[in-house]
Write a protein that binds this ligand. Structure first.
Ligand code: ZN
Ligand code: ZN
Length: 387
């Protein structure tokens, strides 16, 4: 696009001439006044041309390089031209709605609200985030639950237009329907032109003369929204689920945003979980380990019998096939892994101690317990003296 050609002025036209040409053409092609096909495109082109030629920096840049960098005419000036945070826009980064607007704030300062040149068209509403707390078991088996949250919904009185019923919004007089205006600002890198959301239409490109009394012209109202959510069996801590269209109402008739549900799963005091596999540590006595036994083991699916073979060592892991959590996508269950831990008996009575000593004897062992240590030590001394 050659801005001089678009405005029909020569390269050495004065600011006054440029302004005059722009006024004439923008009036001629204004979408409210001119309904011929192509008029709107022409109107946009005229605006883009004027954006360049009315800005000394951009004009100089164009004169020198034949371009101002921003391919779309969405320049925003130095460096930011190529970005397009439009369409669903900053919404992708702005979780939390009214809450954490951190990213949005950053974008606002750099990109003038993250608006693209298309922002006066239908725009999808913002995405919302909802944190759902689940117990260890709920995450494994899933559940159906109703959640409630506040979101912006389309105003029913005006069907989301923001205009008093019986009236309709008109093209914004300040930004001519573009939704943004050019502003010059001082930055550490010098003066920059950047785009800012139009303060009259708040980026919609439409001005509402008679506002809807319910929503005061915003087209949106905050409403308590309730939906039933089916938590799939097998979700894990940190998993997220997207519910399309359950976010906030769109702008200019755009679709609702999405709701992201984040699952926060409480730990179990018994089990550990890694994906579909569940881990359990099982204490057994050394007699059970030595002689073998059949024990009852807790699983999330109830108690299960498990055989402990004779001669089991501490730290041995047994697998209970299919007793884990469901695989979220693949179907079927993971396993439960049971690691046995041999517990050494404490506080033995005399009879038990003797039984163990007899056992040790039969193994050819001669353990020296604490109570016999001194006795044995003095015995050894005597033996040594005899020599
Ligand atoms: Zn309304
Ligand atoms: Zn406006």
């Amino acid at each position: 696009m050659n801005p001089y050609d678009v405005l029909g002025v020569s390269k050495d036209a004065s600011d006054q001439e440029i302004k005059r040409a722009y006024r004439k053409l923008s009036k001629k092609y204004h979408p409210d006044l001119n309904h011929e096909p192509g008029a709107e495109e022409k109107f946009k082109e005229v605006n883009e041309a004027y954006e360049i030629l009315s800005d000394p920096q951009k004009k100089a840049q164009y004169d020198q390089f034949g371009t101002t960098g921003g391919q779309q005419g969405f320049g925003g000036g130095q460096g930011f031209g190529g970005f397009d945070f439009g369409g669903s826009g900053a919404g992708g980064f702005d979780f939390g709605g009214s809450g954490a607007g951190g990213f949005e704030d950053i974008f606002s300062s750099f990109f003038g609200g993250g608006q693209s040149r298309n922002n006066n068209g239908p725009r999808q509403g913002r995405d919302l985030q909802y944190e759902m707390h689940l117990t260890f078991e709920e995450a494994i088996f899933g559940k159906k639950t109703e959640i409630k949250y506040t979101r912006e919904e389309n105003c029913k009185t005006c069907s989301g237009t923001g205009a008093k019923p019986g009236t309709s919004p008109v093209t914004c007089s300040k930004c001519h329907g573009r939704g943004f205006i050019q502003v010059q600002r001082q930055t550490p890198l010098g003066r920059m032109m950047s785009q800012q959301e139009c303060d009259v239409c708040h980026g919609t490109g439409k001005e509402i003369k008679e506002k809807c009394s319910t929503c005061h012209g915003s087209g949106h109202v905050n409403e308590q929204h309730a939906i039933e959510v089916t938590v799939p069996a097998g979700v894990e801590d940190g998993n997220q689920m997207r519910l399309s269209g359950q976010g906030e109402a769109g702008v200019n008739g755009g679709p609702y945003g999405d709701l992201y549900i984040y699952f926060s799963v409480a730990p179990s005091d018994k089990f550990k979980r890694d994906g579909a596999d569940i881990y359990l540590s099982l204490p057994i006595s050394f007699v059970q380990a030595a002689l073998g036994d059949e024990v009852e083991v807790d699983t999330v699916h109830g108690k299960v019998k498990m055989k402990i073979p004779a001669g089991t060592q501490t730290g041995t892991t047994f697998r209970l096939r299919g007793k884990g959590a469901p695989h979220l996508r693949a179907g079927g269950n993971g396993d439960q892994r049971v690691t046995v831990r041999i517990e050494t008996p404490k506080n033995l009575n005399k009879k038990q101690r003797e039984a163990l000593k007899a056992f040790a004897d039969s193994m050819g062992e001669d353990p020296s317990g604490d109570d016999s240590f001194f006795e044995r030590w003095s015995k050894n001394k005597k033996t040594k003296r005899k020599k």
